[in-house]
Design a protein around this ligand. Structure first.
Ligand SMILES: Nc1ncnc2c1ncn2[C@@H]1O[C@H](COP(=O)(O)OP(=O)(O)OP(=O)(O)O)[C@@H](O)[C@H]1O
Ligand SMILES: [Mg+2]
Length: 411
């Protein structure tokens, strides 16, 4: 098998690490040929706090995926998120120097994006992505693809995503110590979007929320591209922790109560149904109504939606997201979450699992695997074509591990 047709995704979550090995299919698209998963306990709120444990989780997930595929993992696309991520809009401007008269060429767009990239950011942070959102050609706003247009001045509107350097370094260290080089660090919700949103969602305006274990990643897309992103430091595990505290039960018991009886809509739960639970340190069980459990769940879920609403407001997107809310991640599987989202945010909501991959997808066709699947799709979309390889342009892309601008330019 030609090595350049194989690519790997690693999603390092707060509850699990998931590794997917994909093969570019001859017909186009990507087939999953290896899956590996391991429990993750070296992160808090999306950020590595224990390198050794994280390395162990990554290494064991990589090994499992290698066993299934029969291939050795050398490098991977790796997701990054956490509240240290921030983003801003920036405009870059250049004079058009196109080869034939003043026709905008690819070089002009690259220079414009370089100019937008030259924003001042503190030296404790680094740029992850510079995403072009649209061009202004001689003052004409809203141009999607300026290449070939005649102009004197080209401006680009970009969305710049930055991350704390120490978080980037620690994550990189964990992956490298597990024996894997990094093709690219990708903002997790941007990857997740690849697997859960379609072009129409992005055009109409949509808020994607990946409700994970310790975190909920939010990304807002308007007019076709990302306009805002944030990480909320709570998720499905926060619901479990609340149940554990209020019912005074162990995390395992709380998790199983949540899975079996949890609901985010108390009104839909029979107020007379009583469960027996045994609190820590007690010998006999006592009764708790299912409605009380739902009220505990609802209060945390509604807090999460309050924060999501605040991010939509911060993006200036209130009442403007016609495609509504798309929920994914393990937390979206909690009973009643979709209804709670609609009621609280007053917008349509759907739950999405990953789509777009072929091969071994049975196991991963559910919301907890949207980020890993999206990373594979992201990798495939940014993989240098034969033509790019032949012309040496790939040097600016994946193969040199530094192709951030190049990738932003891919259609
Ligand atoms: N069927 C289900 N019902 C309720 N909750 C569920 C279900 N399946 C998974 N969860 C919850 O989803 C959470 C884990 O989600 P996920 O696997 O997306 O997290 P992660 O990717 O490891 O974390 P993060 O994205 O925060 O880094 C856990 O809190 C788990 O309890
Ligand atoms: Mg996740």
């Amino acid at each position: 098998m030609a090595e350049q047709t194989v690519l790997v995704a690693i999603d390092i979550g707060t509850t699990k690490v998931c590794v997917l090995i994909g093969e570019m299919a001859a017909r186009g698209g990507v087939d999953v040929i290896g899956i590996g998963q391991a429990a993750s306990d070296g992160l808090r709120k999306g950020v590595v706090i224990d390198i050794d444990r994280t390395v162990q989780s990554v290494a064991s997930a990589v090994e499992a995926a290698e066993r299934i595929s029969g291939l050795k993992v050398r490098s991977a696309f790796v997701g990054i998120s956490g509240s240290h991520i921030s983003s801003q809009n920036s405009r870059g401007m250049v004079a058009v120097s196109g080869s034939s008269r003043h026709d905008v060429d690819r070089g002009d767009t690259v220079r414009a994006i370089e100019a937008a990239r030259a924003v001042s950011i503190p030296n404790t942070r680094e740029i992850l992505h510079v995403v072009p959102r649209g061009y202004v050609v001689d003052g004409q706003e809203g141009v999607r693809d300026p290449i070939g247009m005649t102009a004197v001045r080209l401006e680009v509107e970009t969305h710049i995503v930055t991350a704390s350097s120490t978080s980037v370094q620690n994550l990189t260290k964990c992956v490298q110590r597990a024996g894997v080089e990094i093709d690219e660090l990708v903002l997790a919700p941007m990857a997740t979007a690849e697997a859960t949103l379609n072009d129409e969602d992005r055009e109409l305006g949509v808020c994607l929320a990946d409700i994970g274990g310790d975190t909920t990643d939010v990304a807002i897309f308007q007019d076709g591209s990302i306009s805002h992103c944030a990480t909320i430091p709570m998720g499905g595990r926060s619901v479990t922790a609340d149940l554990g505290i209020v019912l005074r039960v162990t995390p395992d018991v709380a998790e199983s109560v949540k899975f079996r009886y949890g609901s985010a809509v108390p009104m839909n739960v029979d107020p007379d149904e009583v469960l027996q639970v045994t609190s820590i340190g007690e010998e006999s069980s006592h009764g708790v109504t299912r409605r009380h459990i739902a009220e505990i769940v609802e209060s945390r879920v509604s807090e999460i939606f309050k924060f999501i609403g605040a991010e939509i407001e911060a993006a200036g997107a209130t009442n403007r997201l016609q495609a509504g809310l798309v929920l994914t991640g393990g937390g979206s599987l909690l009973n009643g979450v979709q209804r709670a989202a609609r009621d609280q945010l007053g917008m349509s909501a759907r739950i999405a699992g990953p789509t777009g991959l072929g091969g071994l997808t049975d196991q991963i066709a559910t919301p907890p695997y949207s980020a890993a699947s999206g990373l594979l799709l992201w990798g495939a979309r940014n993989w240098p074509s034969e033509e790019d390889r032949a012309s040496g342009r790939a040097l600016e892309g994946v193969t040199s591990r530094i192709g951030k601008i190049f990738k932003g330019l891919m259609p």
